[in-house]
Design a protein around this ligand. Structure first.
Ligand SMILES: [Zn+2]
Length: 710
């Protein structure tokens, strides 16, 4: 039985296997225009990529094989399809052109062109459709929502964009139709021609039924504050607009809502009553959307909880006070009224962007996802749940209508008393006012944020989110194809609510599945094993399974091999030298032990990765796996250096040599032509500078109290 990722809903294979020889000709029979014609072209392009010797004669030409593409399947899901194989005749019937591409993805997995085996087909009838309309199973950022583009390896734009297109192909082939693409570095001028490259990339993705999602802050400087930046590396970056100013450009900055009395957040472009600022935001958004033609925008304003919104709001400016006099957060004439007004300003601007030349119409083609303050998630009391639903209720009532306007909320499971699913209730709440949809942002682990794992089964909880229009399982960055495929599986086929993973009943049940992958995932027939064998080939796949299994401890405090160094270097207490160059007050004994463990895990992972690239590999896998070897190589050096610094017998000269070696390694392995400063995901040059200061600090290397006996 072939492996499918995701698994089709209904599948019947029968008859004998017949060798598929596309060099004998594959005639694509497809009669249609517009999207349909583009889908046909994409499938032809895909056949040529999968089978370079394939002959694709014109529609009337002679060929052994026939691939018929048709519309007219009567199912409500735009991606539903029926795939039939009868001898040498293959037919895909989609409910829309999107279904044709999903049918192709299944056909490609039947043929398995990268397996190294002779492709063969048996007669088949496959009927399939997704449970969730939008499946955001890919996240190309390494630093949370912040900068750090996983596929920008510093090798220049052409190479980086080639890699982007390959990842889009991967997404399409696994029925992933949403990728968290670029985050919160709102600039169009990274290099000349950048906007044009992005526009054609968006077109390439959209033609393949993939929406690339851009993160933007809706206030002039986004993120909470400089302290926040230390935690998540995405605070205080350029967003839409500018500071709150009396006039633009360059007028005097003034304070509106924000953190405390003299905190810089109060200048951040948060003033909703400033119409000149609102116009500036509109102009910038229109310019960006016109040039880039994105299919999804994810817009954060203040990244704060609901209680904080209430206290920030008390510090608003006089003009805002006049316009929204209510001091309450949850009030149309208070904070929420102002916040939604700011959202509507952007909706209005977006709707004006149309490009007759390409046919792009932002109001139709671009999802606008707003992340309101206090977006839920985590453990909530009964009272907090009531507030959160009341807030979404009010936002939806005040927000411009439109099915393309989505509200983000975080993962929530069963409501108080386990009487209902939170997301069911939330979806019902916002549906009252029109056709707004929910974008569900679920933090699951293996995200370089809550932990440093490479695989998590957290998406097994997606059944809780069945009412969402889009589920984003917050993982799926570089080296995480297994994760992306699992997330896609759990969105296409919602798993049953995972009772055995669920914690004991509290006010809110929260599944415990995030942090520990059950061993059966790695065994024969388990998801990780099946995907690794199929994607990397059996010989290499077994090493990948070993890498994904590596872990020390269990639960949230588990330690993992150091692959994406950003995680450990940001994490309190491990990345402590982000904040200090002194060892004073640090529990060096524990840190030494933990970094030793991480170094050992990373050494083992590096060994497996090296074994993997020595195996017979599908050519398309080699580049990224060689990168994985380098990344583990860097992680190992970093882990050993930290273990050495925290050691009771730290040897300054040896540590200096290790640090120099880290710098050489970075230079040797990683490029320097990044699309943007700050998008450099691996070199962590500034962190190495911090380590240099640690080694320069004499207090960290006190002279021995007494001469040791020899
Ligand atoms: Zn104001």
């Amino acid at each position: 039985m072939p492996n499918f990722f995701p698994q089709p809903k209904q599948l019947r294979l029968h008859g004998r296997a017949r060798r598929f020889d596309p060099e004998a000709g594959v005639r694509i029979v497809a009669d249609g225009e517009g999207d349909f014609a583009r889908a046909r072209e994409v499938i032809a392009d895909e056949i040529a990529k999968a089978f370079p010797h394939a002959v694709l004669p014109p529609a009337a030409g002679k060929a052994k094989w026939e691939l018929r593409l048709e519309l007219g399947l009567s199912r409500p899901e735009p991606e539903a399809y029926r795939l039939t194989v009868s001898g040498t005749r293959i037919a895909v019937t989609g409910s829309t052109w999107r279904g044709l591409l999903c049918g192709w993805a299944t056909l490609r997995q039947l043929l398995d062109p990268e397996s190294g085996e002779v492709p063969a087909l048996r007669d088949a009838e496959i009927d399939d459709w997704p449970d969730i309309r939008y499946r955001a199973a890919s996240r190309w950022l390494v630093d949370l929502e912040g900068t750090g583009m996983a596929y920008d390896w510093g090798t220049g734009p052409a190479d980086t964009f080639r890699r982007y297109r390959e990842k889009i192909d991967f997404a399409m082939r696994h029925k992933i139709n949403f990728a968290f693409f670029e985050g919160f570095s709102f600039e169009l001028d990274k290099y000349p021609g950048y906007a044009d490259d992005l526009r054609s990339l968006n077109r390439y993705a959209a033609d393949r039924n993939v929406a690339l999602e851009y993160g933007i802050h809706g206030i002039g400087i986004g993120g909470r504050n400089p302290e926040f930046h230390d935690v998540v590396h995405c605070g205080f970056v350029k967003g839409l607009g500018d500071l709150n100013r009396r006039s633009y450009p360059g007028g005097e900055p003034y304070k509106c809502m924000g953190k405390d009395e003299n905190h810089p957040t109060r200048y951040n472009g948060s003033c909703r009553s400033n119409e000149a600022l609102n116009r500036l935001k509109q102009q910038q958004l229109v310019r960006f959307v016109s040039q880039v033609q994105p299919r999804a925008l994810y817009i954060h304003h203040e990244d704060i909880g609901f209680t904080t919104l209430g206290t920030d709001w008390l510090r608003r400016c006089e003009e805002c006070r006049k316009r929204w006099p209510d001091d309450e957060a949850l009030s149309e004439r208070g904070a929420l009224g102002a916040v939604v007004y700011g959202m509507n300003v952007l909706c209005e601007a977006l709707a004006t962007v149309k490009d007759p030349a390409s046919g792009y119409d932002a109001a139709r083609d671009c999802k606008l996802i707003f992340v309101p303050p206090g977006y839920g998630g985590g453990e909530m009391s009964d009272e907090e749940w009531r507030k959160v639903t009341a807030m979404y209720d009010m936002i939806s009532r005040l927000l411009a209508p439109g099915a393309n306007i989505w509200l983000c909320c975080r993962e929530m499971y069963e409501g108080p008393g386990n009487r209902f699913l939170c997301i069911d209730e939330m979806a019902k709440t916002i549906r009252k006012y029109g056709d707004h949809k929910l974008f569900l942002f679920s933090i699951n682990g293996a995200d370089s944020f809550t932990n440093g794992g490479i695989f998590t089964p957290g998406a097994a909880c997606n059944g809780y989110f069945r009412a969402a229009e889009c589920i984003f399982n917050f993982a799926g960055t570089i080296f995480q194809e297994t994760q992306e495929a699992y997330n896609a599986e759990c969105c296409w086929n919602l798993p049953p609510l995972p009772e055995k993973f669920v914690s004991t009943p509290g006010p809110f049940k929260r599944p415990l599945v995030f942090y520990d992958t059950p061993p059966e995932f790695f065994r024969r027939g388990g998801f990780v094993r099946r995907f690794a064998d199929a994607f990397y080939g059996r010989a290499a796949g077994k090493w990948m399974v070993k890498i994904l299994e590596l872990r020390h401890g269990s639960g949230r405090s588990s330690l993992y091999p150091l692959l994406l160094t950003g995680y450990m270097l940001r994490k309190n207490p491990y990345g402590v030298f982000d904040r200090t160059d002194s060892l004073a007050g640090i529990d060096c004994k524990t840190m030494h032990r933990d970094w030793r463990i991480v170094a050992d895990l990373t050494r083992r992972a590096l060994g497996y990765a090296q074994a993997m690239v020595r195996e017979q590999l599908p050519a398309a896998r080699r580049e990224e796996l060689e990168r994985m070897v380098d990344s583990f190589g860097f992680g190992l050096r970093i882990a050993e250096l930290h273990a050495g610094i925290f050691s009771a017998r730290r040897d300054r000269a040896a540590l200096r040599r290790q640090l120099a070696e880290c710098r050489r390694f970075v230079k040797h392995c990683f490029g320097s032509d990044f699309l943007a400063r700050g998008d450099d995901p691996e070199s962590r040059g500034s962190y190495l500078d911090n380590l240099e200061r640690v080694l320069d600090n004499d207090d960290n290397f006190p002279p021995p109290k007494s001469r040791r006996k020899v």
